[in-house]
Design a protein around this ligand. Structure first.
Ligand code: KG4
Ligand code: ZN
Length: 368
């Protein structure tokens, strides 16, 4: 195993151009350039705008991260990049940049999974993940319960949302309430002024015969929209803060209850929560209370490391180097629907020189 590998990570799966630099499990730099304001007037991320913004931000953000870390690119032991899942065009910008840097610097390239990175980032705050770790992954596109023995090789899904992701529900409810985009942070803030017991919104898939570890937030979203619509039709004022707090309570109740149950059922005494929704203050609070009661140790990164960033990619890349995992080939491609079980995208061809040689051969350069 290498000693405390120094790795740069690039994240471009959505609207954040993130570049992180990590040595072992120590964070040295976390530079983020966000195009979120360019999307706000459309009420959601516009893929083409995101791709262009990544292209413009890429080199300056990498430079900013190197400056902050006080290192030269030539000092790096590897370059990691999000290979998927995410927006295809956005991912391609990051993957292309990572390949170019890896090629030019003659460093190994690690194409990694965005979702596993959301889990691995916690190593920067709380040290190496125990084996096994239960992870509740809640982002704009995913809501899953994942069991992992080793975050560089194995992520086993126990359950996932059957419709909307938790973050998506936050964004849609924020739109119904006229709170703007992205919805999660605004609903979180608005809910602090509200009564979370004001409205008893439905808890999806919580019946006795429902799948234990799957989630559903589409019915909840519709229930909120109907409730608000009925108020408006009756000419009554909508108690925005109460709706936000009651909706948030329904989401966090289901997420934490199922996560704690998954830990207990599988004899796992550590729960990690990752992804953008893990920044939610009520989710963090309720998870802490329920984990304390169940004797489970809770690990949640600080909010800034829950939402998309480059540090999480660097964290997983560094772990890959530390555990001697095979690098990716330079013909690595972005996969917008990379399954959660594919933690990293290894070399396509094995046993034909070094990875750069393989890519060179693949490009018709030959072995000369
Ligand atoms: O992980 P992430 O940054 O990007 C994806 O991989 O999707 O997650 C983004 C999602 C968005 O839906 C956003 O509204 C939600 O995370 N989010 C939050 C909070 N901060 C971000 N949801 C609830 N409360 C928050 N404080
Ligand atoms: Zn994410």
């Amino acid at each position: 195993m290498a000693d405390e590998p120094l790795v740069l990570g690039i994240e471009t799966s959505c609207d954040e151009t993130g570049v992180g630099i990590v040595r072992g499990t120590t964070l040295l730099a976390d530079a983020v350039a966000s195009s979120v304001n360019d999307h706000a007037r459309f009420g959601g991320v516009v893929p083409e705008i995101a791709s262009r913004a990544h292209l413009e931000a890429m080199v300056p953000t990498i430079q900013r991260a190197l400056d902050t870390a006080g290192i030269k690119a030539s000092d790096l032991d590897g370059i990691a990049v999000t290979a998927g899942p995410g927006l295809a065009g956005a991912l391609l910008v990051g993957v292309s940049a990572a390949k170019a840097y890896a090629w030019a610097l003659d460093k190994p390239l690690y194409g990694v999974n965005h979702l596993a990175s959301h889990i691995c980032v916690d190593q920067l705050e709380h040290g190496r993940l125990p084996s096994p770790t239960m992870a509740l992954l809640v982002s704009g596109g995913h809501s899953s319960l994942l069991l992992s023995e080793d975050i560089t090789t194995d992520v086993r899904p126990l359950g996932a949302t059957i419709d909307d992701a938790a973050g998506e529900a936050f964004d849609k409810v924020a739109r119904v309430l006229g709170l703007g985009f992205p919805g999660g942070p605004i609903v979180d803030r608005t809910a602090r002024e509200g009564d979370r017991k004001a409205i008893n919104f439905p808890r999806g898939l919580s019946g006795r015969n429902d799948p234990e570890y799957d989630f559903s937030f589409s019915g909840l979203k519709t229930a909120v929209a109907r409730w608000v619509e009925a108020k408006r039709r009756a000419g009554e004022e909508v108690p925005i803060a109460d709706v936000a707090a009651s909706f948030q309570e329904a989401v966090t109740d289901v997420l934490t209850r199922k996560a704690v149950k998954a830990c207990k059922d599988n004899g796992v005494d550590h729960l990690m929560i990752g992804g953008g929704v893990a920044a939610n203050s009520r989710l963090r609070e309720m998870a802490q209370q329920r984990c304390d009661r169940a004797g489970i140790r809770l690990r949640v990164p600080r909010p800034g490391l829950c939402t998309d960033n480059g540090a999480m990619v660097a964290a997983l890349g560094s772990e890959m180097v530390w555990r001697d995992r095979a690098p990716s080939a330079l013909d690595l491609s972005a996969d917008s629907s990379l399954p959660v079980t594919d933690v990293h995208v290894p070399a396509a061809v094995i046993g034909h020189g070094d990875v750069h040689g393989q890519a060179y051969d693949a490009l018709g350069g030959g072995a000369a």
